[in-house]
Design a protein around this ligand. Structure first.
Ligand SMILES: [Zn+2]
Length: 325
């Protein structure tokens, strides 16, 4: 049973909004298109792993995807977590191309790709640290968890995995997505004894869902070209920016298309690009609305969360625009 599905990474939505709003020949367009395609490829790799997990008999397991738990002033994040009453399996997915050589004795993995050599932290060590953190978290909540077994899925189908030192742990814990069953099966056979009750396993799942804090990208770190993005409402028919509002309709100057709610997509773009709050003034500036009263009416119809009074009023995404859920 799946208790938490994987959602689209926020960076994908942010980069899509940026690319939509960058002028056609902008010098940074290709940079953001590259970032977007890398993120999309990584997400695709994770979804493929989800498919292979769904192919194994997971009737004993509850599956949590993309869980991020605050613990000891930091967070630990687990891509795929499988919980049963006899075993907890953690899987970290890595979407790396090229030839990957594992050197666990030096805590590193080296990637050879297009005549380049790049070093990464040892993924096996990383997932072992996640397992240790999860165990400490569960113990701090008075659980005595069943054994935790960490794995690393290499989700890029073209990657070549090498284990030059023939390290036992690398060969036991690292796999390509289609091979998942054969890697975890020895552990399923080894740990058949019930360590916690079904009820306790359910409680652990509930606790993790409750403590989960979704990752919010740091917009400052993305170095977005704020001044150069096109403002305005995009025509859903011809993708031209700058629809104009007449009474309760948006009209496109270019193709004549009209829309009642084209501003909702623009507001979502604003939240993705600028962060999670907007004032009446910012709303008017971004959407090209001159009337403060009209802007207030539109904002009040959007089911946003409102804080502050009068001019200091701030709107944040509500249930109808759950951007960071
Ligand atoms: Zn149009």
């Amino acid at each position: 049973m799946i208790a938490k599905n994987r959602s689209i990474p926020k960076e994908i939505e942010i980069y899509e909004a940026i690319i939509r709003r960058l002028p056609v020949n902008h010098p940074r367009k290709a940079e953001f298109e590259n970032k977007l395609s890398r993120k999309r490829a990584g997400y695709k790799g994770e979804k493929e792993l989800d498919y292979h997990i769904s192919q194994i008999d997971h009737s004993k397991f509850t599956i949590l995807n993309d869980i991020r738990i605050p613990f000891n002033d930091t967070h630990f994040q687990i891509d795929s977590l499988l919980i049963s009453n006899s075993l907890i399996i953690l899987i970290d997915s890595k979407y790396y191309a090229g030839t990957l050589e594992f050197y666990p004795e030096f805590n590193q993995m080296i990637q050879y790709l297009n005549d380049n050599e790049k070093v990464y932290p040892d993924p096996v060590l990383q997932t072992k640290i996640q397992a240790r953190q999860l165990k400490a978290f569960l113990i701090s909540h008075q659980y005595s968890p069943p054994p935790l077994e960490p794995f690393v899925a290499i989700t890029h189908s073209q990657a070549i995995i090498k284990n030059p030192t023939q390290n036992k742990e690398v060969s036991q814990r690292v796999f390509k997505s289609p091979g998942i069953f054969y890697k975890i099966n020895p552990y399923l056979e080894k740990y058949q004894k019930e360590i916690i009750s079904d009820q306790e396993a359910k409680k652990i799942v509930k606790l993790l869902l409750k403590k989960h804090k979704p990752y919010i990208p740091d917009l400052d770190a993305l170095n977005l070209p704020y001044g150069e993005l096109q403002k305005g409402v995009e025509c859903p028919a011809c993708n031209t920016f700058g629809m104009e509002r007449f009474h309760s309709l948006w009209g496109c100057k270019r193709c004549g298309h009209t829309s009642r709610d084209a501003h909702v997509a623009a507001l979502k773009d604003y939240f993705l690009i600028n962060g999670q709050s907007i004032t009446n003034g910012q709303f008017r500036d971004f959407l090209g609305i001159s009337s403060i009263h009209q802007a207030r009416r539109m904002l009040s119809h959007l089911d946003l969360n409102i804080s502050g009074e009068k001019k200091g009023r701030i709107y944040t995404p509500g249930k109808s625009i759950p951007l960071w859920g």
